[in-house]
Design a protein around this ligand. Sequence first.
Ligand code: TYD
Ligand code: MG
Length: 482
Amino acid sequence: MKKQKTLIFKCSACGHEEAKWLGRCPECGDWNTLIETAVSRSPEPGPGSKGKVPPQSIPLSAVDPQEGGRIGSGIPELDRVLGGGIMKRSAILVGGEPGIGKSTLLLQAAAAAETRGRILYISGEESLGQVRMRADRLGLFESEKGNAPGDPLLKRNSPPGGNTARIELCCTGKLEDIETILEAVKPVIIMVDSAQTLHTAELGVVPGTINQMKYCTYELISWVKEHDAALFLVAHVTKEGLISGPKALEHMVDTVLYFEQNDGDCRFLRAAKNRFGSVDELGIFTMGERGLSVVEDPSLLFLINREGELPPGVATAAVLEGSRTLLVEIQALTVPAKGSMSRVFSDRIDSARVSRVAATLEKHLKLRLSDQDLYINVAGGIRIAEVGVELALGCALYSAKTGLSLPGRAAIAGELSLAGEVRPVRRLEGRIKTSRSLGFDTFLGPARDIPDRPGESPPPVKETGKIIAVGDLKSAVKALFS
Ligand code: TYD
Ligand code: MG
């Protein structure tokens, strides 16, 4: 199809197109961003449109929910976080601090992805040689020669026959160059490392400005939607918080993944936004000499192996992380407040939750905490946002303030109401099972599970072994500390 040149007015901030000039973009509301642009493509606007089909609607019921379908990334942890693989025609932002392993993850996924199509890795930051050196370090070529014992990340041998041969590499951030290469290579997966290096001559030469990034990202997203491909975009964020750039891209992409590091070697991959799956799943990796690998048994990762009695202030919580149950050690410390106001220092569990649980203890157990500074930590550095952690948190605080230790092999789950009741939590049976399998002989929690479907009567917990069902905080404390 011969492409024609047309003049349009394009928003440099969000890519919105108008036939005539306007002072304010009707899409994103930015002022003075519409720029006269010559486009050499069929004049139909917007992503997702194909060919010259006149605009039409189709019945909702006739829409294929999987649209483009998914491509397995070859990395089970990544697939899980994505909601079951890489969705075609989607754009995925991978954010994280410099050095956390974004480039490594993408290169490993490029080698492992379950597709016969080509994969284009666009590096605007590193040279061809640097990317090749990383690939060698990851042993991506060795497994093809058949002399590698199998990739630890994939937990299977790479399929023979040039898995890496289909990876095409180019080092540029210039949109015009990228578009030329895209037309030549026609990749099914595009990896852009990083969004901050993207720039286009249309908006000046300085890469990394927000407008440049948004404009180029919009163009690349349009390309993948039209060509049934998928787009990965790396974005650097700093420790101080998210710099405005990647944040500005979040609403344009379908999925936002953030890579975080705990105090040790673990790397956590979380979805902050996911149009094609849940945002609850957590991918857990470790970075080793040969790149990222999966953690065999993450349920043990957040416990500290202790002999004998637990120190005061330590409790073990059985919490849900997506589809998994993890046992995590909650540590609490209370010291008399240094100022006139007591403070909460907790960066792994929401401080508001800690304050609320402390207030509940104070009110219902007459345990004075309001004149104390509260320090809360979670072993292994994982962030816990699940409500089922509250009872364990309460027990850890109680233990810290009273100096009484919890029994060593007790796992705890339950939500705490402001009235001091222990509320049911989801998947109680699963939590009990996981605790058992990890050698926790006592389980303390609510008497009932939350049913999977609302309206069903909640199934009572099957009392096997040492399960202590408690209805309120008072009886929980009595069961554990007496
Ligand atoms: P990288 O993927 O370059 O991080 P990002 O793209 O997020 O900036 O990974 C950087 C760090 O990982 C770097 O400090 C080196 C380390 N690393 C390993 O420990 N093992 C490896 O096999 C690789 C490739 C990197
Ligand atoms: Mg990198």
